[in-house]
Write a protein that binds this ligand. Structure first.
Ligand code: GUN
Length: 282
């Protein structure tokens, strides 16, 4: 039986700390830190994430500006709105929810956000800073995973870490953060030859590929720590991670559930980045 790594519990603790810091910020500067979240179109998953982000902001005292546009909103107008938010002193963090509709160039949008307000840490300037270990913000999901590992006393230094998935949002920055903490990191992807052989080497295994119940028991070393980043909707409407939980849980030493594992931590790190951004902009 694996120990459950609860993102709910760790989030609660970190959010209490953030709430206190937001309170001090308000007393000192007479206003709360502000986060603007932009959603374009009506992706149902995005709608859920954005609602959760809004609620989390309110819970810790951060002012949340939710900006919603229809599916056919133009790229030009979106860029203009980002310029306006970049110049607005009440807005400390700007997040444009991905994916965007196909007619909008995501790269152009990310590049337009002021690096000082880029609470996702997706801007090339911030990604570069992370690569050299001199950063203001860390990307929310990988940062949340590191917090979970630290909270549950999982030693990273010297351990074999395998990350499955090479997205810019999770896989690549996850590999960087584990490297920074002295893990020995292998980054796997769809072209990896004999994936189970590689994942079976892992002491710490992070799976972020967006395929429901992809990671099976024969891909896991007994005693491994398994982190499941996936949030997939099954045909019966239930949520499932990228890990086949019932199979892997008896083998792992520690494992994150879905939901209640990585998800809450991602939002918590967004709150932390917004507070950091507000302080940086003083
Ligand atoms: N879509 C899925 N995850 C994320 C995230 O962390 N940030 C943004 N902006 N969009 C997302």
């Amino acid at each position: 039986m694996a120990e459950l790594i609860s993102g709910k519990i760790v989030s609660q603790k970190v959010r209490e700390e953030i709430k206190c810091e937001v309170e001090s910020f308000k007393e000192k500067y007479g206003r709360a830190p502000g986060l603007a979240v932009i959603v374009v179109g009506n992706d149902p998953a995005s709608a859920v994430y954005v609602r959760n982000k809004h609620k989390a902001c309110l819970d810790v005292g951060i002012t949340s500006y939710q900006i919603e546009y229809p599916e056919d909103f133009s790229e030009c107008e979106l860029l203009r709105k980002i310029d306006e938010l970049n110049a607005d002193p009440m807005v400390n963090g700007i997040l444009v929810q991905l994916p965007l509709p196909k007619h909008i160039d995501e790269k152009k949008v990310i590049d337009r956000i002021s690096p000082l307000k880029d609470v996702d840490a997706f801007h090339p300037a911030n990604v570069g800073k992370i690569v050299i270990g001199d950063y203001d913000f860390l990307p929310c999901t990988p940062a949340g995973i590191v917090e979970l590992l630290l909270h549950y006393n999982v030693e990273i230094s010297g351990k074999k870490c395998v990350v499955v998935g090479r997205s810019n949002i999770v896989g690549k920055p996850m590999a960087l953060l584990l490297t920074e903490r002295n893990g020995t990191v292998t980054l796997c992807h769809s072209r990896t030859v004999n994936l189970p052989e590689v994942t079976r080497e892992a002491d710490i295994l992070v799976v972020a590929i967006g395929k429901a119940e992809f990671l099976r028991a024969d891909m896991v070393k007994p005693g491994a720590v398994v982190i499941d980043v996936g949030i997939n909707r099954l045909a019966d409407g239930k949520l499932a991670g990228d890990v086949k939980f019932d199979e892997v849980e008896p083998i792992a030493s520690k494992i994150t559930p879905v939901p209640g594992g990585v998800g809450p931590m991602t939002i918590t790190m967004l709150l932390k980045n917004t507070l950091t951004a507000a302080k940086l902009q003083l």
